[in-house]
Design a protein around this ligand. Sequence first.
Ligand code: NAD
Length: 367
Amino acid sequence: MSKRIKIGLIGFGRMGRKFFTELIKNDKWEVAYICDISPEAREDAASLAPNAKITCDEDKIFADPEIEVVGLFTLANSRAGQIKKAIAAKKHIIAEKPVADNLESEQEVARLVEGSGLMVAVNLFNRMAWYHKEIMDFIAAGEIGDLAIIRICHMTPGLIPGEGHEYEGPPFHDCGMHYVDAARMYARSEFATWHSQGVRMWEYKDPWWVQAHGTFKNGVIFDITQGFVYGHLSLNQTHNSYFDIIGTKGTARMTHDFKTARVELRGVTKTLTLEKPFGDKKIDVLCDVFADSVRSGRNEGFPEVKDSVIASEFAWKMLNDAMSNELPVIGTAEELEQIRRRRQSLTDGYGLLKRPSAKTSKKQTIA
Ligand SMILES: NC(=O)c1ccc[n+]([C@@H]2O[C@H](COP(=O)([O-])OP(=O)(O)OC[C@H]3O[C@@H](n4cnc5c(N)ncnc54)[C@H](O)[C@@H]3O)[C@@H](O)[C@H]2O)c1
């Protein structure tokens, strides 16, 4: 068996811990460093990873010649600088999205990566999902006729204003860029037109729910609904997430409860229903594919920076379109305060950033 690939993780918050959990299960990897500026995160890292070096100084990771890969899981404001350091130090990179906190820097990062000869993956999890592969294979087999309409919805009682992720933008960019990316992945074309409507829930300055619709250059039509407004104060919370793909002859759709994904395929020769584990952010798949890519020297199927930058660009454009239209204000700042208080007391909920210490709880949160 070949030597384990040594990786240094920078950022040990919600996503850094998800990567850590998958990397230590995979014998292609060795987590050699964990870096975080938060003492609490470093304390958790030390108890979870006794064999790793724990540091608050990211430069130690970039300077260590034994480190082949860096995992960049801080917030978007530090990502471009860290990617530049990694490229200068000739380290391969697994990065969270977006790759920077503004489009100009994202495009600069894409140019640097392009000429670097290094492997750089971005965690666009839809591109690693078994259910999208099943649906795209079904479409490619001609079962739904010509692809015509892509309808995507993702609404949860997730991250609320002021909780974190400020550099990632409002939900339609922070989370919605995944669905902008997925629409483009299905359409196999570039965005041509779009119109968006949002709502300023609870008197907050930015829209926390946005719906965008439009066309691709090949004529395929899309609509994307994204919002972290879905019943925050309901006694028992739920979410509504689906892909609904409509062709000239058949349909393909998926939905999930964050545990199981259900795919329903209605084609001209086949009707199929598939149910398998949802697989959270598919980080296990990404880490495995990335290890194989580092060893083989070619991309074995991981999502690339250029796709992330395009998704980010059009998520901003659609969000900005919503901002330029009439934005109704519904709900009150008082309700938002009630939601904030409730989320502070939750240990198991949607998109909770502040995690309890590793010593006191191992509960997972969902998106
Ligand atoms: N791909 C996905 O599905 C997905 C889902 C959620 C979040 N994200 C992205 O992942 C990133 C991280 O999100 P999160 O939810 O884990 O946030 P988080 O706030 O839980 O974690 C960020 C961590 O980075 C640390 N940090 C910040 N700046 C640092 C620095 N300069 N050096 C070292 N550590 C630093 C913080 O102390 C914190 O522990 C965000 O950019 C977000 O957009 C992606």
